[in-house]
Design a protein around this ligand. Structure first.
Ligand code: GLV
Ligand code: MN
Ligand code: MN
Length: 436
């Protein structure tokens, strides 16, 4: 059946695609909903259904299987690389030319909706389907992809699959990363059957484009349909561990305590003070994980582990913020003799500007489609920022409802917004793929 699809395509494709290419918005929407049912859970707090499909879990495998089946049904030559990145290739009229690439991710955080990352992957598949429907060719080949562990919430480093593909992180380093249960990335990749053999290092494509939900309120507030993304802000993730001394909550005088929980609370408040001070520009800081041990009401905590996520578009502000945190940790040690403090770097990326020629191709596509747009910087991290190191890259954003909330089951973009974004992706991909 898949063989047949490829043959039919090869026989019938004669004409070069142009900016009149349009996707089937209903088919795209059905795909988004179908993938979103894999890993679905009921969020008791919000009384809503959400998605929990963290990377290399059984549900991630099921999601991958579905995506691979859709890629094959669209006639793509599908390969899995050593990081489990899924790549599907559609030949161009010039098979030797460097391909145009469109990708994103299908792994999710534990409290996700159906759109983050999935829109970009399923949208790229929909572009291929639309080209097949009209039997249209492109000069350059097209490669679409789903990158592994973009979220970084299971193995602690975000954009992992694309970072290895682009050469910033080594394969050995990625394989050795462990999750909270001590399971190794490399073993889990093998367990779900996605440790592929294709060389993970990407030959630089001609260009890369990714469509994604904005994950913020800006486009909706401005009443605009699309964002042409100019770049991504810097991201710093650290794990901080405080070691104190377990002691009786009632019988231990305050001056005899070494309270690891108190240190974590002080650091959390300090981060917010830093943000509010304005001294670090547009710094955002989040303590998303705090765990105390032994975690009992009657015991002073002897161990606290917490994560710090900081974001800013200014690398100097990031450097200053990281230094000031380091100094504050030293201060905490001085204030509390016996307190142990460890800081472990989990992930760090500088701000990444996107390519102006790819931004221009996106802006022209938006104009041709009659979709009002603005230039916007991304608040979130994306695979595009890794691929930008090896090829001209930019992104398309679509607005989200409810202030663009994301990493939350309430995340929602309308069918119309998704169709607009993927039509813009289609026109942009065709433009880039027909370039000399
Ligand atoms: C990726 O989703 C991020 O945390 O920005
Ligand atoms: Mn994403
Ligand atoms: Mn995300």
């Amino acid at each position: 059946m898949i063989q047949e699809t490829s043959q039919v395509m090869a026989e019938n494709i004669q004409q070069l695609a142009d900016s009149s290419v349009r996707i089937d918005g209903d088919r795209l929407w059905d795909s988004i909903l179908e993938l979103g049912r894999i890993g679905a859970y009921y969020d008791d707090h919000l009384k809503l259904e959400g998605v929990n499909r963290k990377s290399l879990t059984d549900d991630d495998k099921l999601g991958r299987d579905l995506v691979v089946s859709w890629m094959k049904a669209a006639g793509l030559d599908v390969q899995i690389d050593q990081m489990g990145n899924i790549l599907g290739r559609r030949e161009g009229l010039d098979a030797e030319a460097a391909p145009v690439m469109a990708a994103s991710h299908i792994d999710t955080v534990a409290t996700a909706g159906a759109f983050d990352g999935c829109l970009g992957v399923l949208g790229a598949i929909e572009v291929i389907r639309a080209l097949n429907d009209t039997k249209l060719a492109t000069r350059r080949p097209i490669v679409i992809a789903a990158f592994t562990e973009e979220e970084g919430v299971r193995f602690g480093t975000d954009m992992l699959g694309s970072a290895v593909a682009a050469g910033r992180v080594s394969l050995e380093h990625a394989y050795a990363l462990t999750d909270d249960a001590g399971l190794r990335f490399g073993d889990e990749l093998e367990r779900i059957g996605y440790k592929g053999t294709k060389d993970v290092r990407l030959d630089p494509p001609h260009a890369y484009v990714e469509c994604h939900i904005e994950q913020g309120p800006i486009l909706a507030k401005a009443g605009l349909k699309l964002g042409v993304v100019t770049g991504v802000q810097g991201i710093s993730w650290q794990k901080i561990t405080f070691r104190g001394r377990a002691a009786h909550a009632g019988a231990t005088p305050t001056e005899l305590r070494i309270d690891a929980g108190l240190a974590a609370a002080r650091l959390t408040c300090r981060l917010r003070e830093m943000v509010d001070s304005g001294r670090y520009g547009q710094l955002r800081a989040t303590v998303g994980h705090i765990a105390t041990s032994p975690g009992l009401p009657s015991v002073v905590p002897d161990l606290t582990e917490m994560t710090i996520d900081m974001r800013t578009p200014d690398d100097n502000h990031m450097a200053q913020a990281e230094k000031d945190i380091q100094d504050f940790l030293e201060e905490l040690k001085l204030q509390q003799p016996g307190l142990g403090v460890e800081a472990l770097r989990m992930a760090k990326t500088n701000q990444v500007p996107f390519d102006e020629s790819v931004q221009k191709a996106i802006a022209e596509s938006a104009e041709e489609l009659g979709l009002d747009y603005m230039y916007i910087r991304s608040g979130a991290g994306h695979d595009a920022q890794e691929i930008a190191a090896i090829t001209p890259t930019a992104m398309i954003f679509i607005p989200g409802e409810y202030d663009g909330i994301s990493h939350n089951p309430r995340e929602y973009s309308t069918p119309e917004a998704c169709t607009n974004g993927i039509n813009a992706l289609a026109v942009t991909m065709v433009k880039l793929a027909n370039e000399e």
